[in-house]
Ligand binder design. Sequence first.
Ligand code: ADP
Ligand code: MG
Length: 457
Amino acid sequence: MKSFSKLTLSKAMLDNLKTLKYDTMTPIQEKSIPPILAGSDILAQAKTGSGKTAAFGIGLLENLDVKHFRIQALVLCPTRELAEQVTGELRRIAKFQHNIKMVKLTGGMPVRKQEHSLSHEAHIVVGTPGRVLKLLERGSLKLKDLKMIVLDEADRMLDMGFIDQIGDIFRYAPEKRQVLFFSATFPDEIKKLSRSILESPVEVSIDTEHEQKVISQRFYNVQSKDKCQSVLTLLTKYQPANALIFCNTKDGCRKVEKELSAENLHSLALHGDLEQKERTEVLIRFTNGSSNILVATDVAARGLDISDLGAVINYDLPFETETYVHRIGRTGRAGREGLALSLLSPKEDFRLDQINEVMKAEFTSEKLNLDSSEKHYNDPAMITLSINGGRKNKISAGDILGALTSPGGIKGSEVGKIDRLDYLTFVAVKRDAAERALKILETEQVKGRRFKAIIND
Ligand code: ADP
Ligand code: MG
C-alpha cells in the first residue's frame, strides 16, 4: 500500500486527498496514475469499487491548465447516473483548486441550458455519448484544445451499443490527445476498440485472479447414453444462472443441444460449422441473458469472453488436462464461487486420474441418481427481439430504448442489452415484457420509420 505522497502531485492536491481521507492508493491508482501523469494512453481494468474515478481524476486534474478556459478533458460515461457520480467524485478531488469548471452533458436535460453553460467556457466535460455528440454536431461543444479523453466503464458503453457514437466523437477531437480507457472487465471488443483508438497504451489490470478464485469441482459417473438426463439432473440440483456445456466434437455439440432443446431448455449450440452470422446471433443471445445454456466445442468457445458463468459442465471430458483447466476457468469470476461439473462415462474414468495427477488433486467421482423426482431448470430472465433495422439504418440504441419506453410501452428496467448489426438489432427484454414490447414497436416509429420486430426464442 503506497501513499499518494510517493507521486509527484501538487501540494494542494495532496492536502485535499488527505482531507478526503484517501491515505493510501488503491492498486489500480498505484499502477495507473504514474503513466497517466507521464502522458501515456492507458487501458485499465479493475473491478467496481476499486477507485477508478480517482485514478483517472487525479491525473486529469493535475494535467489541467486552469488559467486556460477551454475544454481540456472529456469524460464519457454510459449512463446519466454514472456521469452524475463521476462529476461528484471529480468535484471532490478538484476542491484543491479554485476555479475548475466542469459541465455535465447528459440526456434528459434541455440542450439549450447545456449550450448556455458551455458558452461560459469550462475545463472539463463529463457526459454520455449521445448528448455529447449532439452538442458537437450543433457546434456548441468545441474540442480544439482537448488534451484528454476518458472512457469510463468502457465495457458497459460497448454493451449499450455506443461504439459508433464514440467513434464519431473521436473524430471531433484533436489528433494529439491522451486517451484513457477504464473498465471493470476486458472483453475482446474492448481490446479491439482500443487497438484502433489508443496509441501504444500502457495496460494495467488488477485481476481478480489475485483473489484466488474458488471453483467447486465435481465428477459424476454416468453411462454414455444417460448423459443428457444427467445434465438435466445437475441443472435441477444446482440451478446455476447459466451454463456452458462442453462437448469434444461438433456433432456431439449439435446432438446434445437438440436433446436439451427437446427438453424445453433454452439452449444454443456454438460450433465451427456455424456461419459468422449465426455465431454472432448465438453469442448475442447467450450474453444478453435470453439463452442460459450454451453447448460448445473448445475451438468455437475460444475467444469467447463471457464472465460470471454459473457453471461449466463437461459433457465429455477433454483429452488434455490443460483444456480442462482452461474450460473450468470460465466459471467463478469476479469473486464468486464457480461450479465445474464433469460427466464420466466408464470409458473416461482414466481422465480423472490424469486430472488428479496434473493438478495434484484428489478428486473422486460420485454416482448420480437419475430417477429422482421431477427435473426443472429456470427459463432465462430475458428474451430477444430482433428488429429489421440496424446501424446502417441510422438507428441508435437510444432510439430503440425511446420507442420501447414510450407511453404504453415497457419500463426502462425491463430492457437489457441492445446489440446492433448493420441491418438488424437484437434487444433483450424481460421475458414477461416481450409481448408488450412487440406491441409498442408495432405502433411506435423509430427514427421516423416503422420497423418489424419478432421474438427469437
Ligand atoms: P470504481 O469506479 O472503480 O467502481 P469509484 O471510483 O467509484 O470506483 O470508487 C469507489 C469508492 O472508493 C468511492 O467512494 C471513492 O470515494 C473511494 N476511494 C477511491 N479512492 C480511494 C482511496 N485511495 N482511498 C480511500 N477511498 C477511496
Ligand atoms: Mg467507476
